[in-house]
Ligand binder design. Sequence first.
Ligand SMILES: [Zn+2]
Length: 280
Amino acid sequence: MIEQNISVTPDTKAIWLIISGDKIFQKADNSDLIVGSWETLHFAHHYQEQIIQVGSHENLPCFLIDMGSECIENYDYTLVGIRTLLFQVDVSFFSIISRAWQVALFIRTHRFCGQCGSVMQQIDWEMALQCSRCQHRCYPRISPCIIVSIRHEDTILLAQGKPQRARQMFSTLAGFVESGETLEQAVHREVFEEVGIKVKNLRYFSSQPWPFPHSLMVGFLADFDSGNIQVDGKEILQAEWFDPKALPNIPPTGSISGQLIQHTLKEIEHDAELEINQKN
Ligand SMILES: [Zn+2]
């Protein structure tokens, strides 16, 4: 999927994912990402030896060029935050952009060997960096993170963490998986640590790469088992059982948290209809 040492000619046509700092170049006049031939991208030409293919989209290769911290002033192009693109492009294309960002970040942060301090070099048969001296090899970091939607009869648990306070947003609970832990154990531990309740009937939902900076969100659905909500006050500031008819501000469905919430709301609605039909 990831191909390195790509050779381009002036008329090579591609989608160019050119990253500078933590932003990506797009066209200044219409906010589209850069699609076109290599010869038009003069400002990127001295990165010709560092082009990496990170996928294809609509029959065009997607090429990554990482400029690191170099800033370019070019009135034809402007820089946009990667997170902003989540709401501008479709899910499959965003996953390619997210891969580009993670590969760029990986290469930037693994210039030297963690074992002996020598210079790391890219190998050409897989996406990895290898130490020129002791052969220690590193791969792009992926940090698994569980995310869970919890239902209690006809209500859903939504919580507000510190980063969500400014936007008055409530969402599902989430947390990183610790070393030596299964995904299921991580769900039970995180839920108990953050809101003090126990859950049961854990079901896998789906997953989503989340490149901020390198998480893989693994989504679950669960039912309330026992306990009273007691927030930890550190990661979670507020948590409540919400009626689907009186929801707070929730995340959009582009994110897995939004999808988990919508799924749980549909299940609650479905069960309520079933109950009405049975009574009639
Ligand atoms: Zn080494």
